[in-house]
Design a protein around this ligand. Structure first.
Ligand SMILES: [Zn+2]
Ligand SMILES: [Zn+2]
Length: 189
């Protein structure tokens, strides 16, 4: 299993390809967390291995940029065909790209994403029994994160008002291109 997560202590984005000694540990600092017994038994996560969040959602492990580039290529090529008065060719190009997109989508494996910290778990085993993205659940965790951020801001001394108030809004975890973006979520089933 490949795990990508943001260390809760030093904020490093770490990628682990295997787990040693039944703990998940940050390679940059001494943060670590024991793996839950359920994971040690089944070798698949029933909760987030990084933060213990019981809610994980399933997403296609497909880079969004590749998908957008494919759509753009199809649109440009078919426009060129239309420009040269070849409507049948334009249609064929669009259909070929749509078919390619569908094939890629079907062949891509799933990745599990934690709602709370954005950690991502890649595995070879099928993950059909994990739920797809839920906007309600994501909103619940977004509000939880906002409350925590506010509480921490309240604890800060008045001399440093710029600190945690600028913390990221949506999911607390990985950078924007890695976190559970809305459009990716909606395209995942
Ligand atoms: Zn760390
Ligand atoms: Zn998590």
């Amino acid at each position: 299993m490949n795990i990508r997560f943001r260390c809760p202590r030093c904020d490093t984005v770490a990628s682990l390809s295997r787990l040693d000694a039944n703990v998940i540990a940050c390679p940059a600092c001494d943060w670590n967390r024991p793996l839950p017994a359920s994971f040690q038994h089944a070798q698949r996560p029933s909760e987030c291995l990084c933060c213990g969040c019981p809610d994980l959602w399933r997403q296609k492990d497909f880079p969004q940029r590749v998908g957008i580039a494919l759509v753009a290529c199809g649109a440009i090529l078919s426009s060129i065909a239309v420009m040269y008065y070849r409507p049948n060719l334009a249609l064929a190009i669009l259909m070929a790209f749509a078919l390619g997109d569908m094939l890629l989508y079907a062949l891509m494996p799933d990745v599990l994403v934690c709602y709370r910290c954005g950690a991502r778990f890649r595995d070879q085993t099928p993950q059909q029994d994990y739920p797809a993205f839920s906007l309600d659940t994501a909103e619940r965790y977004r509000q939880e994160h906002a409350r925590l951020t506010d509480a921490r801001a309240g604890d800060q001394p008045a001399s440093s008002p710029a600190g945690p108030l600028v913390a990221s809004g949506s999911s607390a975890g990985l950078p924007p291109d890695e976190g559970p973006s809305r459009s990716q979520a909606l395209s995942s089933r």
